[in-house]
Every structure is written in structure tokens, then in C-alpha cells.
Ligand binder design. Sequence first.
Ligand code: UD1
Ligand code: CA
Length: 450
Amino acid sequence: MKMMAVILAAGKGTRMHSDKPKVLQTVLGEPMLRHVREALRPVCGDDVLIVVGHRAELIEAAFAGERFVRQTEQLGTGHALMQALPALRAAGCEMALVVNGDTPLLRTETAARFMREAEGADLAFATISLGEPGAYGRVVRDAEGRVQAVVEAKDYDMERYGAPTGEVNAGMYAVRLELAEALLPRLSNANRSGEYYITDLIGLAAAEERDVRGVQCGGDESLMGVNSPRELAAAEECMRAAVVSELLDKGVLLHAPALVRVSPLADIEPGAELSGPCDILGASRVERGARIDAYCVVRDSHVSSGAEIRSFSHLEQARVGQGALVGPYARLRPGALLERNSHVGNFVELKKARLGAGSKANHLTYLGDAEIGEGVNIGAGTITCNYDGRNKFKTVIGNGSFIGSNTALVAPVTVGENTLVGAGSVITSDVADGELAIARGRQKNMPRKG
Ligand code: UD1
Ligand code: CA
């Protein structure tokens, strides 16, 4: 039976008090939707449709390459699924796995187990048991334990349904397409929210004596829904602690582990050493024997073995080679490449710049759009002037050169190998291999007046 996943992500998320669509709120540096998408990848591969609506263009831009369906008016979760029907039908889907986009803790195992339990059912949904049902939809079963309906918290009538049991709807459903097509047009919005609820499918299907299953997933926190800043913070702490525990299990050295925040997308090898507080986000990779000190933020970067990232450094899309030293207080921006044993010190910024093996830029420097060879010394306060207000230009410095302090290299400019550039120079034309270049006003000394 051909299965496809549908992620409901069109809602605004009013309770977040934010202009961003709720599913773009981040947990450990990634939008909630990314976590849901990645959890489903092993289960559904590329057979995933995302229903978007509120500020759809922002989500579509952040998830380029995914398949989207638009729900132009957010009339409820049932209405959202309805918008996906034509695309599901066209793709030959027979069974849809529908997941709320605001369940960032969803685990692949949970989704896979749920699908196994749902096999053969007309409609299955995951349930969790909570002490307090809160704002979740409440599961109503008959005396034999058969599911009769899911009733939203706002619409729950104690007299009609009795005291709620604590079993609630987790927001994950497996539904035969044929059943969805038959029942979705019958949904009504005559309820407290004035919305078409996906959960009403359950009561309709049960009334028709279809095979409806509430798959109990215990107190599984991986199905927690995130609707408010408090729930977002709780979900983030939950994921953070789980990632840290996995890192410790596999042999990563952690100091102040309660303050270490590592994305589940990051790859930290056993024998790497991290000190909290620090953020290692995105698809970062930290090799065995690399060290990242406290107060660093590392995103989508690769830190090789033996490299040290000292406190207060900020790395984004950077590569740090073996044995390189970075910081304290360094900033490596996209395209920074530090080769083996190079050094970048305090208040040094690199952008699209390669620093060759053993080269050093230790103090107060900006290197942008630059190719710097091996064994080069970049003096304090050196600046590559790469921008003329319209375009960016490149600076090249050959192996073994020594750039004196407070040099401005006005790009495009090439400084050859084994050159010496005098301190305070403004270099506007190329320097050939082995030359000494000085470009500054000559010092004049004269008797002091008065
Ligand atoms: C929903 C369920 C509730 C369940 C809970 C689990 C309904 C009616 N209720 O409630 O039974 O216990 O999830 O977390 O479904 N969305 C759309 N289009 C819309 C409205 C919502 O795509 O028109 C998306 C949202 O972006 C969100 C998801 O659907 O990702 C769930 O919507 P939300 O408003 O958070 O539903 P809950 O009130 O949490
Ligand atoms: Ca929700």
C-alpha cells in the first residue's frame, strides 16, 4: 500500500506572539518543521507533502526542494488535510501519515512503530497518557475500550463524555485515502473554534464502524505539541538533554554539560571536548581531539582533530584544519578556511578567506576574499580592503610573506612569496616575490618649536 506523509504546517501559532509561522520557531537552532521532516525521512523518504498557509513563502524558502500544498485560509486541521487530497491522489497514495508540524521531538522509532500498529486500519491515531489532558484533544472510548471520538478540549462536555481519562490525541494519524476522501467533505465547523477539525474524522469513521485504532504511545514525550513559548522552551530543553546524554554515551568529553547545546544534526566524534556554555548548531562536525571552549557558537562548521576553538569565538560555515588555533574572540564567517596549524587570534575576522598551513593572523585583523599562502605572518591591524562600495575584490598573499602591522591591502592586489611589507603601508599595487614594499609617509624629525 503506497504511503505518503503529510505535515500540517499552515497555522499561524497565535500563542507564540511572533510574526514567524510557528513551525519556523527554532529548537536547537533548527525550525521545528525541520525536526519533524528529518524524523520522517527514514520512514517516508521523499514522499512528503507539507501543507503551508500563514506566510507560506517563508517556509517554502527555508525548505527548498520539498513539496508543498497551499492552504490559503487556515480553516482548521481537517481543512488542511483536504487541501492535500488532490496531490496525494495524483501521486498514487493509498495511505496518508498525517503529522502536526509542531511536534519537534518526534522520533523516527515512534513514527515507525505507529505505522506498524496502524497496518490494516482504516484510521489510526497516536495517543499519549497525561495526568492532565490540558489543551489536547481527549480520547473517548466506549465500555469495551473502542474509540468513539476525539473531542477537543474547548468542546469537551463533562456531562456527555464523563471525566476525561488523561488519554489524549497526539496529532499523528494514519488514514486510508479513500476514507479521507469520503469523510473530509462531511466535516462541520459548528464547534467552539469554528474550524474543520481533522479529529472529527475519528468520530465519523467510528460511527460507520470502520477499523479505527487509538494507538497508545504511553507518556511518550516525543509526541509533545508546541503551542506556546513555555512549551517551546520545554521541548528545547528536552531535546538538548537527550542529545547531551547521547554524546556522553558515545564518549564525547563535556564540561558543564547542562549548558552544552548541540543540534541533533551535528556530528561530534568520541574524544572531542566541549565546554558549556556553547552552541554547536546545524550540520557541524567536530572531530576527535578537537576542543571547543566555553562561550563559543559554532554553526555548520567543521573543526578538525587537534584544533582548539577558544572562548567567545563565533564560527559559521567555516573549516578549521588539524591543530589550528582560533580565538579567544575570533569570528570565522562563511568560507573561512584555516589550514593545518594556522592561528587566528583575538578580534580577527575571516570571510571567504583561506589561511595557509602554519600562517598566523593573531590580532585585530580583517581578511575577506583572500588567499593567503603557507607560513605567512599577518601583523596586527591588517585589513584587506575588499569592497569599493559596489564590488568585492580579491587579495592574494604568497607563501612565507610578512605583512607588517596596520597594513591596508587595497584589492584587487597580489603580494608575492617571501615579501616584506612595512608596517602602516597602504598597498595598492602588486608586490613581486622577494620584494620589500613600504607605502607610507616618510617620518620627518625636526627641532621642537617653543
Ligand atoms: C491538535 C488537535 C488535538 C491534539 C493536538 C496534539 C485538532 C483539531 N486538534 O490541536 O486533538 O491533541 O493537536 O498536539 O487537530 N494547522 C494547519 N492548518 C490549520 C490549522 C492548523 O495546517 O488550518 C497546523 C498547524 O500549523 C499545526 C497543526 O496543524 O502544525 C496543529 O494545529 P494546532 O492549532 O497546533 O492544533 P492543536 O490545538 O494543538
Ligand atoms: Ca498544536
